[in-house]
Design a protein around this ligand. Sequence first.
Ligand SMILES: C[S@@+](CC[C@H](N)C(=O)[O-])C[C@H]1O[C@@H](n2cnc3c(N)ncnc32)[C@H](O)[C@@H]1O
Length: 197
Amino acid sequence: MSHYFETPDQPADLFEAPMTLWGHEVTLLSSNGVFSARRLDPGTAVLLRTCDPPTGSPRLLDLGCGIGPITCALGLAVPQAQITAIDVNERAVEMTRLNAARLGLGERVTALTPDEVSDDERFDEIWSNPPIRIGKPALHLLLSTWLSRLSPQGRAYLVVARNLGADSLAGWLLDEGWDCQRLGSAKGYRVFRVSVG
Ligand SMILES: C[S@@+](CC[C@H](N)C(=O)[O-])C[C@H]1O[C@@H](n2cnc3c(N)ncnc32)[C@H](O)[C@@H]1O
């Protein structure tokens, strides 16, 4: 049995996953071998419920996109946004690409593995339900790497389960010199806004 954060070996078995994203009722295409394949993850739902979508024409990063619920939510809610969606699970990247295309967002969404993102790309906002289960050192490296790609006024919106170390992660972010505000707490999840301290 592989982890959701590895590209699965088994052939793809595709099915539909209905969900509501900031009021838009959509059906995403999903597959075995990806995170929360059958339904909108409750943590991601708390993130969307807690935060309003951005305005204007921001450059957005969906860090750890899975099948693309956050990317699709942002794409539908922010008509001028350009969204980069990344995941180490290549099947997740493919599903996000497919889902964005099915919703007519294909021209504004670029779904990639992390190593395919060009080094000089910067983002106004990062949105993430980060992969806590990769372990603390890997998670810290992941967040340091991508938070440093925020534009000077940039912000990141993160949702983390309380029982998976949300508060200690917030403490680590503060220790690293980031500003980290708790925006909300519901159903065992914390939502944080992270910006340059
Ligand atoms: C908790 S899931 C969230 C998925 C999706 N955003 C959602 O809300 O349903 C975290 C995702 O991060 C991905 N991931 C793990 N390690 C990663 C890394 N180093 N870089 C980018 N994505 C990673 C996993 O494959 C997984 O799809």
